[in-house]
Design a protein around this ligand. Structure first.
Ligand code: C2E
Ligand code: CA
Ligand code: CA
Ligand code: CA
Length: 281
């Protein structure tokens, strides 16, 4: 790998990176991107993807009630890579459909393993816009659930606000299809996207995850979070607080009556066997 390739891998946001590259050296950016794509194709052949799980914890009893599946890439040279290094390229090349299927299957298999061990742990899986635009995703999910004997009520999918907007017919069909399987629907990163709230009534949303920017914001900014919680109550949605890093933030979340939280305060995303240890403790 050349220096430019390495820099590409170590970059945080592709958009910002690309700009820097176009400025510096268009050729280097293009070949770095090509190298990343080639490596990604190999990653599928060599099974280099892993799924880690981050606990979603009850604010009331402190128990782990669910986990969110988060993909990682065990790169042979660069070590464990977080999704922001490769998801965007997977999305633009269409590889995300394979990756999404791989993560879904791994998560379902893991859910049934925990179930067999006597732990009913709900597993959340992130869906990408491309998957959401693909009606076949519903039947694919159904056959994975069937193959593993997994109860759909133990699975949740996380989608973002932008996926619900501007694609009315198709997105509502896929959403309805997933919901009809018995999978619950969570709205991720809530509050960071669009301010048009009409769609919250139009679609069937079970869970709303308040973005970490609200949880981590100062007291003056938190009235918005109060409003979001009140709205969820009215619409009958469960609420999860994301990105809880401090006890003070958890106290605030509890005080609001938010039922579940997720964040480094309790645990970072962990491999499944480390979750086993957490459950056994
Ligand atoms: P997300 O769905 O919002 O996932 C939560 C992210 O916040 C995770 O980053 C998690 O490690 C991080 N996080 C959790 N607790 C804290 C905290 O207390 N403080 C801070 N600062 N961060 C916290 P991660 O694992 O790097 O994932 C980044 C994003 O990549 C995810 O954001 C999700 O949008 C996407 N992603 C991850 N796995 C998948 C996947 O299998 N499929 C798709 N389509 N997207 C995925
Ligand atoms: Ca998520
Ligand atoms: Ca439902
Ligand atoms: Ca999130």
């Amino acid at each position: 790998l050349r220096k430019a390739d390495l820099a590409m891998y170590s970059g945080k946001q592709r958009g910002r990176n690309d700009l820097a590259y176009y400025h510096e050296d268009l050729g280097a950016a293009v070949s770095a991107r090509t190298a990343l794509e080639t490596d990604l194709r190999h990653a599928f052949e060599r099974n280099e993807f892993e799924v880690h799980y981050q606990p979603m914890v009850s604010t009331e009893c402190g128990r782990v009630q669910a986990v969110e599946a988060l993909v990682r890439w065990r790169h042979p040279l660069h070590g464990l890579l977080a999704p922001d290094r490769f998801i965007a390229v997977c999305e633009s090349t269409g590889m995300i459909l394979d990756l999404g299927k791989l993560v879904f299957e791994a998560a379902v298999q893991q859910q049934t393993a925990w179930q067999r061990q006597g732990h009913t742990l709900k597993v959340h899986i992130n869906l990408s816009p491309r998957q959401f635009d693909c009606p076949l995703v519903v039947s694919s999910m159904q056959s994975v659930l069937l193959a593993h004997g997994c109860d759909a009520s133990n699975i949740g999918v996380e989608i973002t606000e932008s996926m619900l907007l501007g694609r009315d017919g198709l997105s509502s069909r896929v959403l309805q299809g997933i919901s009809d399987l018995g999978i619950s629907i969570a709205l991720d990163d809530f509050g960071t996207g669009y301010s048009n709230l009409a769609y919250l009534q139009r679609y069937h949303i079970d869970v709303l995850k308040i973005d970490k920017s609200f949880i981590q914001s100062s007291d003056e900014e938190r009235p918005i979070a109060d409003l979001i919680v009140a709205m969820c109550r009215t619409l009958g949605m469960a609420v999860v607080a994301e990105g809880v890093e401090s006890q003070a933030q958890l106290d605030w979340v509890k005080h609001r009556g938010i039922e579940q939280y997720q964040g480094y305060l309790f645990s970072k995303p962990l491999p499944a066997n480390a979750i086993d240890a957490l459950l056994a403790a």
